[in-house]
Design a protein around this ligand. Structure first.
Ligand code: WTA
Length: 653
């Protein structure tokens, strides 16, 4: 959403939805949480850590003496997988369903906590047999099959650090992530289903691993049964290696600050950053937020988060938060319109889903498909609805409330980031009166503010930058292998105050509610996925025909933002077929990064607008991309450039 449209909403939005008395009476969260956290924040978090099983209970809470590197619960020891699996079996819930898995072609699996414990233990034994030990890194490049979750938990159980790479990323993106983390093992599948068709995945691993000598084995789950190339000695089938292992495995306790995972996310420069999360603080906040924000009742709820485990939402709200809370959840492998546009509603009806967590881009897509589709299904089981990934526009919020939530289920709009590890800003259902489009305010225990350029908090009705002004348990512990970049990216903007700079713009409305306005840096948000402009620009200039490229995120009614690229070609080729060239440029970006980074439009231009110091003025290009009158050009080195671009575009280029 652009700043101006969000501002318009803010000025006109007066609807508020207080919680019903009935919901409030049964809610996990109580208003007193805010008071408890305000009275003594560290004592509050120490109490939340009690949600977990500690092999050695922590006596310390926060150590911020080496800021910005936090330590939480540093003298405590725990096993993350034990917390997500074994302890539920030991408390007598082994027969409870952990995962109702729904494959895209319609095949299903029901996995109880007993099953989960056996599968995770077998996988842990197999990884140990391959020589993996605590601290080693494993790349997981898989579709949404149960083995992806088993793999993550098996790593956690062994203190092995996982790096999940979204299955939609290219071989090249996988290669750079394997290389950065020096992973020893890659876990993958032969292929994955996409919109009804099996497509290969293993081939991308073969390509990546050919260039990453640290990888000694590739463990392959058979999913589609498609053809795969096989490297003897390196490649291993999951069913051959894992299935025969012992289902017994004793989890070892690790330090609270033992690394749990690395997850790569786009930043403002070319290479994705490996965001590092550790164990005790991360699991504490994932568990606390999942319990309170989604109001999970483990004995009766059926929860469904539609994210992919390739993103942080899948880590914190499919794997670690929900499973630590003994969830029963749906995991769906496929796309929302395969084989028909009612698939999600059909799944909700089939399993009696009561908590549904999805992204605004999908809600807008459902709106486009029509309200008559959800109306054909029984959605009466739904009692909490969540949103994440980008600002949700009030129209989509209202549609979600009416057509999915029957004007009854509270909506939680949850703001957070890969870096924050868990939800930071959100209403609490049963406590907070919500406004369509606002994430309302920081959760109990969290410090967030909107500040101006100087770091001073703005007043009601004011706008500026979102900062997190107090350390939190699930905060990132750094960027893998790059301390300088960690300090520079998040901590250099408001050094004096020691604030974490989130990269988002935000406003307070006249009641002090927080409205997120989108990124203020060069990071785009396409369908809730972070992609940096420079990443796409580097991909474009690596094409032989491109001399220079500039990329902007333009407002898009469905995807939030869409990628629009402006390219200057190398020399002129008189007979060049412009349509074919544009297609090859778009495909090239998909090959370099992944289909999600494919520009919606590629415009061939004679020049790019630059300041006298040579910086590309994206603001002007965004005007062009969004069909607006081009703004102030006085700082351009050559102000006729914009005329050149506009006239070139009008002539059909
Ligand atoms: C955006 C996803 C507005 C924001 C969990 C943030 C949001 C980036 C919201 C992080 C929300 C996420 N309202 N904007 N509820 N949730 N964002 O790392 O710009 O993939 O900085 O984490 O998404 O994206 P990431």
């Amino acid at each position: 959403m652009t700043e101006s449209s969000a501002l318009d909403n803010l000025l006109t939005e007066s609807r508020t939805f207080p919680p019903s008395g009935e919901f409030a009476a049964q809610a996990n969260a109580k208003a007193s949480l805010y008071e408890e956290a305000d009275a003594d924040r560290e004592a509050f978090w120490a109490a939340q850590a009690q949600r977990l099983h500690w092999h050695t209970a922590p006596t310390q809470v926060l150590d911020w003496s080496n800021a910005p590197f936090a330590q939480w619960f540093a003298d405590g020891k725990l096993n993350v997988a034990y917390n997500c699996v074994d302890r539920h079996v030991e408390s007598g819930h082994g027969e409870q369903v952990a995962i109702h898995w729904e494959g895209e072609p319609g095949d299903t699996r029901t996995i109880t906590y007993n099953d989960l414990k056996a599968e995770v233990s077998k996988a842990a034994n197999a990884l140990t047999g391959l020589g993996l030990a605590a601290g080693d890194r494993v790349a997981i490049y898989m579709p949404m099959v149960p083995e992806a979750i088993f793999s993550m938990l098996a790593c956690a159980r062994l203190g092995v650090v996982h790096s999940v790479v979204f299955g939609g990323f290219s071989a090249e993106a996988l290669r750079s992530r394997i290389e950065d983390a020096a992973a020893k093992l890659v876990i993958t599948t032969d292929g994955q289903y996409r919109r009804g068709n099996p497509v290969s995945l293993k081939a991308a691993v073969d390509e990546a691993v050919a260039k990453t000598p640290t990888v000694t084995n590739v463990l392959v789950v058979r999913r589609t049964g498609g053809e795969v190339d096989w490297t003897e000695g390196r490649d291993l089938w999951w069913h051959e290696l894992v299935d025969g292992q012992s289902a017994e495995h004793t989890p070892e306790a690790f330090d609270a600050e033992h690394p749990l995972f690395i997850l790569y996310t786009s930043g403002t420069t070319g290479n994705p950053k490996g965001i590092l999360h550790t164990s005790g603080g991360y699991l504490t906040q994932a568990s606390y937020t999942h319990h309170n924000v989604f109001d999970l009742k483990p004995d009766t709820d059926v929860y469904w988060c539609t994210a992919d485990i390739g993103w942080v939402t899948g880590h914190s709200y499919i794997v670690y938060g929900p499973l630590s809370n003994r969830v029963t959840q749906v995991v769906y492998e496929g796309t929302p319109n395969t084989p028909h546009e009612g698939r999600h509603w059909e799944i909700i009806q089939k399993y009696g889903v009561s908590i549904y967590y999805t992204a605004p881009t999908l809600i807008r897509t459902f709106m486009k498909w029509g309200a008559d589709i959800p109306a054909r299904y029984d959605l009466s089981s739904l009692r909490v609805l969540g949103s994440v990934g980008e600002p949700i526009n009030p129209e989509a919020w209202m549609w979600y409330r009416e057509h999915v939530g029957a004007n009854r289920a509270p909506i939680v709009d949850t703001w957070w980031q890969t870096e924050t590890g868990a939800i930071m800003i959100s209403p609490l259902p049963g406590v907070t009166a919500t406004k369509p489009g606002s994430a309302m305010g920081p959760l109990p225990g969290i410090g967030a503010k909107v500040v101006d350029d100087t770091g001073a908090e703005v007043g009601k009705g004011g706008g500026g930058y979102l900062v997190l002004d107090k350390p939190w348990p699930s905060m990132l512990r750094g960027i893998w292998g790059d301390e300088a970049r960690f300090r520079e990216t998040y901590w250099s903007r408001f050094t004096e105050q020691g604030y974490y700079f989130a990269g988002d713009g935000a406003k307070y409305d006249n009641d002090g509610a927080v409205w997120l306005l989108g990124r203020v840096d060069d990071v785009m948000n396409v369908s809730g996925h972070r992609i940096s402009t420079t990443e796409v620009e580097s991909a474009l200039v690596s094409h032989s025909r491109v001399a220079e490229a500039a990329v902007v995120g333009a407002t898009d009614p469905t995807t939030g933002q869409a990628i629009v690229a402006f390219v200057i070609l190398r020399g002129v080729q008189p007979d060049e077929d412009a349509t074919a060239l544009v297609k090859s440029l778009r495909d090239h970006v998909a090959t370099e990064i992944g289909p999600i980074a494919k520009p919606r439009q590629v415009m061939v231009v004679p020049e790019l607008p630059k300041t006298r110091s040579g910086k590309i003025m994206r603001r002007l290009l965004r005007d062009v991309a969004e069909n607006r009158q081009v703004g102030d050009v006085t700082t351009l080195a050559d102000s006729s450039v914009m005329d050149l671009i506009s006239s070139g575009l009008q002539s059909g280029k």
